[in-house]
Design a protein around this ligand. Structure first.
Ligand code: PMP
Length: 949
């Protein structure tokens, strides 16, 4: 038997294409038996140039049979095995050889076969979404591989591969003829030569070394929280060393991040976590950063031409033909943002000195006179009545200021603006201004002068004005910019993700117009501020999301971050009317200017508000206490029960949250809020089973048994001489995800607790006040009337307000045995806030809207459940809904990690949503009650997309 070539490495340009050797599964299994003594079955694995099979014996996967392309020599194969050993020694999982190599005869000539260790966990193959964490993991693996191979040398590295980006332009030139579509052919060759023009001058500064050459989504293996869910994977290993060679070290990263670009939702800025992670492991030089994006473009171009060539050679290879579209996607993405922008963005990200925000240093060309600066930032106090920064607002305000005597009105360079026309229309709109907009009272003629040079050698700045003229017209918006000459055309507004990149290609035109430089836009994301928060604020007061947007504005059911992005708010049940309601703001403002004092004074609104609240409840609930929060309300309700009954024990339900004060915390059993909750309840608190009809002891129709158990439990307490002072529960199970209690549950349990002289307390803090749509109060759904009701949250639309409502009789007993005074509870301002909220709920028909939009949204979610098995159930009523995620609809295994990943991905697509329940596997859907059908659709469509991708 002749052997594959010894020593001399493959030369792609001499060899031409490398068709995959043809081996059937039977032959592969036969080879494994005869060459390696393995009794296994073989399953084909895709590859572009080698031939790979998964070998499985009775005990599961036994290894990967890899038959190298006959063009590859033994020395090359040995180098690959040595590299895999090195990488394994560096702590990554690696596909090291366990058997072979041995030469095997194939139709196309002898080839080397060996068995590699099978690494469980799967790769990131496929078009699914990759979360920033996973992308960072890919970059980290590439960085660790690069470090592990830094000093590695072997004669088997002497080969000329088409994947070596040093030959990238040549590969594209040679293979371009295989691209059948002439338009694509032109695009790919142009992209490659453009990229090469940038790389070539840097080539001398790019360090080279042994590289794996193919650390991609297909070739990293992951340890897994759950198979098949990319968002939850952690890349921690690497396979397929077939492209091992010597090349530019930075190419390892370029190859890795190019593979990200084909995934759902990915775009150039999606790769930044990988770049950061690589840099942290194996620091990049300035030259490497400058070469990186051109190398990504080049890699994408090589992938396209190689894919087309391989498809022509090997039209039956589905792995190859299937990849063509993804390769084009990589190229489209790689060229979708100018290289200069990506380079500046990465330079900025990695903290290299770059041009940064700069001001045009030249001599002033105009004196604008008395200038008024228009603040259009998201935090600005400039607001339209009933809208936020609507499209025509800037112009209207500017003209008004000119009429008021200003000579010029200017906006700020680098400022992120919120444009109401784009809210929820675009996930991430262009918001950051790359120049100054100005309005003039009189025309201004620009004088001689120039922007000068910004300091970077060879760069020239140019002032751009509309029409290129020298006279700026009066009373119309004029956009003035300063650009780096010869750079790409800069849009007037750019997306915040790329703002640092674009702004590096521009300068602040202010000084040229005699204006002080704009205060740099600064931290659009809010990272520094988060550090300040962590340093000054007790950290038990957590924040949503590991990497939260800095939200500084709200309007109706939308929120806006300082980078100008808007979000659909599906979490703010407190803001029932919606954010920044003008009627509430005006009413509170008016009252604050008149009087705010405590309820021991005699004033009108406290009587009015108490009457209104009492009027919302059935008889005999006619007596009101006013406090400032839900926790206070629950605390007071418990005191009423304990003091008026003279007892000490309270029955609550499991998986409940009622507040943070001593007593309200004592009855809070939810382990999501407090992991030790069940173990640390005081002796006077007794928790009965969570009456959860979806999961738990009784399900579906048998959920009625929860009531019988609770009744028996209460009777048992009484028999033990400890009859409870109260039974306390949410009358609709908000904390478990918005579930109705089983039919008849509260009437049975209330009857039993009353039979023993205790009180029935309904905590309506989350679910009451119209949110359920069909009922104003949750207890109405159960056809019961409690003895004590607690309310808060919605009452003040965010203004701190809470109430306890009970009967005159119970309040009277409390008066005899206890006391109560709250300095701010029932203050004039809080009563005005409370009255206005009730007026708006009524005038705007918000309860009816909750019923209407809620049932529409529930229908849409149920439709999604028909297509996405992860949605086990859709709970709730009105605008308190819960989408519960399970891994298996029979076992109901909670999809906790998935739910977290879904929330993160929803945020990136513009939806604020959070999990609830003790298993944190239910999306709690409780938006402001002004949510409209468009908002409901945006939510359902986004969830559909996330579950699909
Ligand atoms: N009860 C329930 C049912 C709640 O959901 C909450 C708050 N999440 C509270 C009481 C406590 O209210 P607050 O945060 O206003 O003190």
């Amino acid at each position: 038997m002749s052997s594959p070539p010894e020593g001399a490495g493959v030369d792609f340009f001499a060899q031409g294409g490398l068709p995959v050797p043809l081996v059937t599964v039977e032959q592969a299994a036969g080879l494994a038996a005869t060459s390696f003594g393995m009794k296994v079955r073989a399953f084909p694995l895709g590859s572009q140039q080698d031939c790979n099979f998964l070998l499985a014996g009775d005990g599961g996967p036994a290894g990967v049979l890899k038959i190298a392309n006959p063009a590859f020599s033994r020395t090359e194969v040995e180098a690959q095995d040595a590299a895999a050993e090195l990488i394994a020694a560096a702590g990554l999982r690696a596909g090291v050889a366990t058997h072979g190599p041995v030469a095997v005869p194939l139709a196309g000539g002898p080839a080397l076969a060996r068995v590699l260790r099978y690494l469980p966990g799967g790769t990131l193959t496929g078009p699914g979404y990759l979360s920033p964490r996973v992308v960072a993991g890919l970059g980290l693996v590439a960085g660790r591989v690069s470090r592990a191979l830094r000093g590695f040398d072997h004669p088997g590295l002497d080969r000329v591969l088409q994947w070596d980006l040093r030959h990238g332009l040549r590969v594209v030139t040679v293979l371009a003829e295989h691209v059948r579509d002439p338009e694509l052919r032109a695009r790919v060759t142009e992209a490659a030569s453009g990229a090469w023009r940038r790389v070539e001058p840097l080539a001398g500064e790019l360090p080279w070394q042994a590289v794996h050459g193919d650390v991609t989504d297909d070739n990293v293996v992951c340890s897994v929280v759950r198979p098949g869910v990319n968002g939850l994977r952690t890349p921690d290993g690497v396979i397929d060393f077939g492209d091992l060679t010597r090349s530019w070290a930075v190419g390892e990263l370029a190859v890795a991040i190019t593979s990200v670009l084909r995934h759902a939702g990915a775009e150039p800025c999606s790769v930044l976590p990988a770049v950061r992670a690589f840099h942290a492991e194996r620091p990049l030089s300035a030259a490497e950063v400058a070469a990186l994006w051109p190398l990504v473009v080049l890699r994408a171009a090589v992938l396209v031409v190689s894919g087309e060539q391989q498809a022509a050679l090997d039209s039956g290879n589905e792995y190859v033909t299937g990849a063509l579209e993804h390769e084009r996607t990589c190229l489209d993405q790689a060229v979708s943002v100018p290289v200069e922008v990506m380079t500046a963005l990465m330079t900025n990200e990695l903290g290299f000195p770059g041009p940064g925000p700069r001001v045009a240093p030249g001599t002033a060309v105009a004196d604008l006179g008395r200038v008024s600066v228009l603040d259009l930032a998201v935090q600005s106090d400039v607001v339209d009545e009933g809208a936020w920064l609507s499209p025509g607002l800037a112009g209207r305000m500017a003209l008004a200021r000119l009429d008021g005597g200003a000579d010029a009105v200017v906006t700020r360079y680098g400022e992120a603006r919120l444009d109401a026309s784009r809210v929820l229309a675009e996930t991430s709109p262009a918001t950051v201004a790359t120049g100054i907009e100005l309005w003039l009272a009189r025309p201004v003629t620009l004088g001689a002068g120039s922007p000068g040079s910004p300091g970077s050698p060879g760069e020239e700045l140019v002032l751009t004005v509309p029409g290129g003229g020298t006279v700026l017209p009066a009373r119309t918006a004029v956009q003035v910019g300063v650009r780096v000459a010869g750079g790409p055309e800069v849009p007037w507004l750019v997306r915040p993700e790329y703002a640092a990149g674009w702004l590096a290609l521009t300068a602040d035109p202010g000084p040229l117009l005699g204006l002080p430089p704009a205060v740099p836009a600064g931290d659009l994301v809010g990272g520094d501020l988060l550090d300040r928060r962590s340093a000054a604020f007790a950290d038990v007061q957590e924040h949503y999301y590991a990497d939260p947007p800095r939200i500084e504005r709200g309007w109706r059911h939308q929120l806006a971050a300082v980078d100008g992005r808007s979000y659909l708010d599906m979490v703010n049940n407190v803001a029932v009317l919606g954010h920044a309601h003008p009627r509430l703001a005006a009413a509170v403002d008016r009252q604050l200017r008149k009087l705010n004092t405590n309820s021991r004074f005699h004033y009108g609104v406290v009587a009015e508000f108490a009457e209104r609240l009492a009027g919302l409840l059935p008889s005999p609930l006619d007596t009101v206490f006013l406090v400032n929060s839900g926790s206070e309300a629950v605390d007071l309700a418990l005191r009423l029960a304990l003091v008026t009954t003279g007892r000490q024990d309270v029955v609550a339900v499991q998986e409940a949250y009622h507040g943070w004060t001593y007593a309200s915390d004592a009855v809070s059993t939810s382990t999501a809020d407090n992991p030790n909750a069940l173990a640390t309840r005081p002796r006077w608190v007794h928790a009965v089973d969570a009456p959860n009809a979806y999961r738990g002891r009784y399900r579906g129709a048998s959920a009625v048994w929860y009531a019988a158990d609770a009744v028996r439990f209460i009777a048992g307490l009484a028999a033990d001489g400890r009859p409870p002072a109260a039974f306390l529960a949410e009358p609709f199970y908000g904390n478990a995800g918005g579930m109705a209690l089983p039919d008849g549950y509260l009437s049975a349990v209330y009857a039993e607790v009353r039979r023993h002289g205790g009180l029935a307390i309904a905590d309506e803090i989350q679910v009451g006040y119209g949110r359920l749509g069909h009922w104003f109060w949750g207890f109405e759904q159960q056809s019961v009337v409690p003895d004590v009701v607690t309310v808060a949250k919605a009452m003040g639309n965010g203004y701190p307000l809470g109430a306890v409502i009970t009967s005159r009789e119970i309040a009277g007993k409390y008066r005899d045995a206890g006391y109560f005074f709250s300095s701010t509870g029932g203050s004039p301002v809080s009563c005005v806030a409370g009255l206005t909220v009730l007026d708006v709920i009524a005038d705007e028909g918000l309860q009816a809207n909750a019923a209407l939009v809620g049932s529409y949204l529930k229908g849409r979610l149920e439709e999604l459940a028909g297509r996405h098995p992860l949605i086990g159930a859709v709970h709730g009523s009105g605008l308190y809904l819960g989408a519960e995620f399970v891994r298996d609809r029979d076992t109901l295994e909670p999809a906790t990690a998935e739910t977290m990943a879904i929330c993160d991905r929803m945020l990136s697509l513009g939806v604020v949503i959070q999990p609830t329940s003790d298993r944190m596997c239910v999306l709690k859907i409780k938006p402001p009650l002004c949510l409209d059908a468009a908002g409901a659709d945006f939510f359902a469509d986004t969830l559909d997309r996330v579950l699909t991708e």
